[in-house]
Write a protein that binds this ligand. Structure first.
Ligand SMILES: *Cc1c(COP(=O)(O)O)cnc(C)c1O
Length: 393
């Protein structure tokens, strides 16, 4: 689950090269950098892989979400609809823009339920952010349809699913724009890094300027002489991370293939127990970073976890996950029912997430590593068998 496990000589080489050339910044110094732009190569590679017309690398996935919202024009008084099952960064990005997060409920696949999201649309809705969680796609087609119907931009939070696909298209490249993260906990990492994918030239231009103090980037001018488009911030990625990003994307296909092979082996080996695998909108596009089963009841999930743990594999019940489930975020609940520039926030009370709770409390999860030994895989298989036998008895 943490991309450092595939670090090797390639990363050392590209980092050493950047340091030896003393060119650690992406913009400017055009006459003395021998035409080498690593962050740009990272973006070009992401474009080539996904087919997106534009890619913008920046400091992290949270910055990517903020920049996407800013580019779209979300601001004070707006509402943004997203999922209660996400990393808190999605919510923070909305709040950082002065907007109010509105939480829908998840569907059986654990992605934001488009039916619940559509019901929340008001005149104040500025964007929809479906989140692709734990390896698998949210119902992207349905969100794109809703987006069209209401003239509403769709930002895919694909921070956790770099390389994952939906009906053959890369997650993050389907909505109006989408974000990827390369933080230390993601399958592929550059230390800290993020990327935004979009086909929309105008949106890309605004985001490109915003992420670097408003600079209108051009290799024809020296830094500072290119002109400005409004005010921005500094979310620039360094050449060190850009260089790591190029390597990470080169290693992506092999890493995903390993994860998928491991997951398939586990699932094939436990099929006969009758345990239900987390359903997905596109099974083939799963990055296979997480192994999740849906038990018939919360009690069965508890029995499963106990029995699987006793045979050596720690499974967690996702509803207890304080990192990824809004029910646990006190700071968010404290924002509840307050007024934000004329827009009242919902209560964010746990009871408003009943449909989500009903699913997450039955979902048991363990993470998969890219480099897993046969023994590790066998241990997980034995644990799942034992968990299933106990919980489904
Ligand atoms: C990791 C993550 C982010 C934020 O990415 P960072 O690079 O850590 O800032 C946003 N959304 C989701 C769903 C994530 O998992």
């Amino acid at each position: 689950m943490a991309g450092t496990e595939i670090f090797g000589i390639e990363e050392i080489r590209v980092l050493t090269d950047v340091i030896e050339r003393k060119m650690i910044h992406r913009y400017g110094s055009h006459s003395v950098r021998s035409g080498i732009y690593r962050v740009e190569e990272f973006e070009e590679k992401a474009k080539k892989i996904t087919g997106s017309k534009h890619a913008l690398a920046l400091t992290n996935g949270t910055a990517a979400l903020i920049t996407a919202l800013k580019g779209i024009g979300v601001g004070p008084g707006d509402e943004v609809i997203t999922s209660p099952f996400t990393f808190i960064a999605t919510i923070e990005a909305i709040v950082a823009c002065g907007a109010v997060p509105i939480l829908g409920e998840i569907d059986e696949t654990l992605g934001l339920d488009p039916v619940s999201a559509e019901k929340l649309i008001t005149k104040k809705t500025g964007a929809l952010i479906p989140v692709h969680m734990f390896g698998a796609a949210a119902d992207v087609d349905a969100f794109v349809e809703i987006g069209k119907k209401y003239g509403m931009p769709v930002i895919e939070d694909a921070c956790e699913v770099v390389g994952g696909t939906y009906k053959g298209r890369y997650l993050g490249s389907i909505g109006d724009c989408g974000t990827w993260s390369f933080d230390p906990n993601k399958t592929l990492t550059v230390g800290e890094g993020g990327l935004i994918l979009t086909d929309d030239e105008d949106l890309w231009f605004k985001m490109d300027c915003y992420h670097d103090h408003g600079h209108v980037h051009s290799k024809k001018h020296d830094r500072g002489e290119e002109g400005k488009f409004g005010l921005g911030v500094n979310y620039r990625l360094s050449e060190l991370q850009g260089a790591l990003g190029v390597v990470a994307l080169d290693k992506m296909p092999a890493a995903l293939e390993k994860l998928r092979r491991t997951k398939k082996r586990i699932i094939d080996s436990v099929k006969d127990t009758g345990i239900k695998v987390r359903p997905m909108h596109d099974l083939e596009g799963d990055t296979a970073s997480h192994l999740i089963f849906m038990l018939p009841s919360p009690e069965a999930a508890v029995s499963f976890r106990r029995a699987a743990g006793e045979t050596g594999t720690g499974f967690s019940i996702i509803s207890e996950n304080t990192w990824h489930y809004a029910k646990h975020w006190k700071a968010l609940e404290e924002m509840g029912e307050k007024d934000f520039f004329g827009t009242k926030a919902p209560s964010y009370a746990p009871e408003t997430m009943a449909a989500t709770e009903a699913k997450l409390s039955r979902a048991v999860m363990t993470g998969l590593n890219i480099n897993m030994s046969d023994e590790d895989t066998e241990r997980i298989i034995n644990s799942v068998r034992s968990g299933a036998e106990t919980a489904l008895r």
